[in-house]
Write a protein that binds this ligand. Structure first.
Ligand SMILES: *[C@@H]1O[C@H](CO)[C@@H](O)[C@H](O)[C@H]1NC(C)=O
Ligand SMILES: *[C@@H]1O[C@H](CO)[C@@H](O)[C@H](O)[C@H]1NC(C)=O
Ligand SMILES: *[C@@H]1O[C@H](CO)[C@@H](O)[C@H](O)[C@H]1NC(C)=O
Ligand SMILES: *[C@@H]1O[C@H](CO)[C@@H](O)[C@H](O)[C@H]1NC(C)=O
Ligand SMILES: *[C@@H]1O[C@H](CO)[C@@H](O)[C@H](O)[C@H]1NC(C)=O
Ligand SMILES: *[C@@H]1O[C@H](CO)[C@@H](O)[C@H](O)[C@H]1NC(C)=O
Length: 505
């Protein structure tokens, strides 16, 4: 009993010290290379993941599932400033060509400095770094940045395969009572991807812009229409605001009932949420709780059915249970995610009669700690679910362990719902806010909110620095028994951090 009290006291202390008030006078700057999506050039990559955020095996003729569209728009000065009809003289320069995008495991890279791994998982990570080297942007003296990352993930899991570790541990045979979708051998395949390289289009006044897209399907025998799975991401400029508008579609099928499609602002270099390799991304400064904000415009046109966990937004990071930052050692690294799900069909699994799905305690905006068993005060409806990392040693009962297979390492997940507890930070207040027909431009105080969330740490350990390496928006259409489609656009995406406190990635 004494041990539990001590643990609670330590947790109370550590949480309090995190809720430092924000100094409003501080100047915020964009942490992104393409802040607000205003760049005239494209820096966009696509990555596809299997159930445990790896490749497993490549889809036939597709190469390694890492692609990029990095195009510069170049127009004669005169055309831009004086006579816009001269826009026809504009040119597109592509930094990444089809040979690069088709590189497959074992292929030699066109330049030195990259290893041609035969292992498709290792190759994909190397290819991401190679594509990054082609797309890299370095303005003045500032840190380099690379691309927006479009992430596609197939939730099928073949328990007969040994492709995925268990809480980071290699296992010879998967023994679990958990059920996962899988239609049979090969269900964890990578998608077919088609790429419209960015090309010129003129707006009504003859000013030139770029537009392009990726689409595809997981059904290797399908054509991407009818009863097959489908995804599409295309980009064009909102000529009024100057922002890119990313239009997204995701359709599940009987064979692929669980799919995810996000646009991610990842750390420019280093690990990013859910991925244990050195990646390439857009955030040249890493946001740290409690001082950062996220801006974006989100227009949900089709929801994707009752199981579509639409995230406004998903933040991902990694730290060990002792509070140390992750180092790629998958047995002790723990991916930490927090997501607000805005689909109003999503219910609260965290309830007074189901404390197992609640975090041990809630921290109010004023810093007050409310234990989940205080049924008259705990805001159950502010939470969808909470689950604990599978490698935690001192969990408070009752607890649920997060799925041990769907990440390369153990994970912890805290999923929240629109609620007055969170709307003080600019988040949706009630179910339906920001949903279909309610397109909005959000300014989310993600830093303040994320500093209030419960994350597990070993008793007595120094609280982890909550530095976030991935900020994502999109949907996870969770196992659906019928074909579902989600459709949405994202624009004006930005991550703002205090000018001085910015930590280089
Ligand atoms: C594609 O670009 C690579 C270098 O980035 C170059 O080596 C290769 O020749 C190019 N391929 C084509 C078909 O242009
Ligand atoms: C896994 O193996 C079992 C037993 O051999 C078999 O019945 C089942 O169909 C297999 N599952 C897949 C996805 O291949
Ligand atoms: C085109 O030019 C007109 C007149 O200058 C202006 O009102 C309009 O906003 C412009 N449209 C775009 C897309 O820039
Ligand atoms: C490519 O562009 C054409 C014409 O706009 C469109 O029909 C098609 O869906 C696009 N494909 C992709 C992969 O974006
Ligand atoms: C996907 O893109 C391909 C290639 O551009 C195009 O032919 C096809 O129509 C697109 N599919 C859909 C469903 O938009
Ligand atoms: C609530 O949980 C805390 C921490 O486990 C415990 O100390 C307390 O006794 C519990 N209260 C009730 C009423 O069960």
């Amino acid at each position: 009993m004494a041990a539990i009290f001590l643990l609670l006291a330590l947790l109370l202390l550590s949480e309090r010290s995190l809720s430092v008030p924000i100094c409003e006078a501080e100047k915020y700057v964009s942490a992104l290379g393409d802040g607000g999506m205003r760049n005239r050039n494209t820096r966009i990559a696509l990555e596809a993941w299997n159930f445990c955020n790896e490749v497993g095996s490549e889809a036939p003729t597709m190469g390694s599932p890492r692609l990029a569209d990095c195009a510069d728009l170049s127009c004669p000065i005169l055309a831009e400033d004086l006579d816009q009809r001269l826009g026809s003289k504009c040119e597109v320069y592509h930094w990444v060509n089809d040979t690069d995008n088709k590189l497959a495991a074992g292929d030699k890279f066109p330049v030195s400095g990259f290893t041609s791994y035969r292992d498709p998982d290792l190759f994909a990570s190397e290819k991401e770094r190679y594509l990054g080297s082609l797309c890299k942007v370095q303005d003045n003296e500032e840190e380099p940045w690379f691309f927006w990352m479009i992430m596609l993930k197939n939730g099928n899991f073949d328990k007969n395969s040994t492709l995925c570790p268990e809480n980071g541990k290699k296992v010879g045979k998967i023994v679990t009572g958990r059920n996962f979708p899988c239609f049979g051998q090969g269900c964890m395949n990578q998608p077919l991807v088609y790429h419209n390289y960015s090309r010129l289009i003129a707006d009504e006044n003859g000013t030139m812009h770029l537009t392009g897209g990726f689409n595809g399907t997981y059904d290797l025998d399908g054509k991407g229409a009818g009863k097959t799975s489908f995804f599409s991401v295309s980009w064009k400029k909102n000529v009024q605001s100057g922002s890119w508008v990313f239009s997204n579609t995701l359709t599940t099928s009987t064979k692929y009932p669980w799919l995810m499609l996000y646009i991610r602002a990842d750390a420019a270099e280093g690990f990013n949420g859910g991925y244990h390799y050195n990646g390439r991304g857009m955030m040249r400064k890493l946001p740290e709780s409690p001082n950062f904000k996220v801006k974006l415009t989100l227009d949900v046109k089709l929801g994707g059915g009752p199981n579509s966990q639409f995230y406004l937004i998903d933040i991902g990071s990694c730290w060990k249970n002792n509070g140390h930052p992750c180092d790629g050692e998958v047995l002790t690294d723990v991916t930490r995610y927090s997501e607000m799900i805005i689909n109003p069909a999503t219910t609260s699994w965290c309830r007074p009669d189901n404390l197992v799905s609640c975090p041990p305690y809630h921290t109010s905006a004023s810093g007050e700690i409310i234990h989940r068993n205080e049924t008259s005060r705990f805001p159950y409806s502010a939470y969808h679910l909470y689950c604990s990392p599978g490698n935690a040693q001192h969990l408070e009962r009752p607890y649920d362990i997060c799925d041990p297979y769907s990440n390369p390492q153990a994970q912890e997940l805290i999923q929240i719902l629109p609620h007055r507890e969170w709307s003080v930070h600019g988040y949706p207040e009630k179910q339906g806010d920001g949903w279909i027909g309610d397109s909005r431009s959000w300014e989310l105080d993600v830093g303040a909110l994320s500093s209030r969330l419960y994350f597990y740490q070993d008793p007595g350990s120094k609280p982890a620095k909550r530095v976030w390496t991935s900020i994502n928006v999109g949907t996870e259409i969770y196992v659906s028994n019928r074909q579902e489609t989600a459709e949405w656009t994202v624009s004006d995406f930005d991550v703002l951090v205090p000018e001085q406190k910015a930590i280089s990635s």
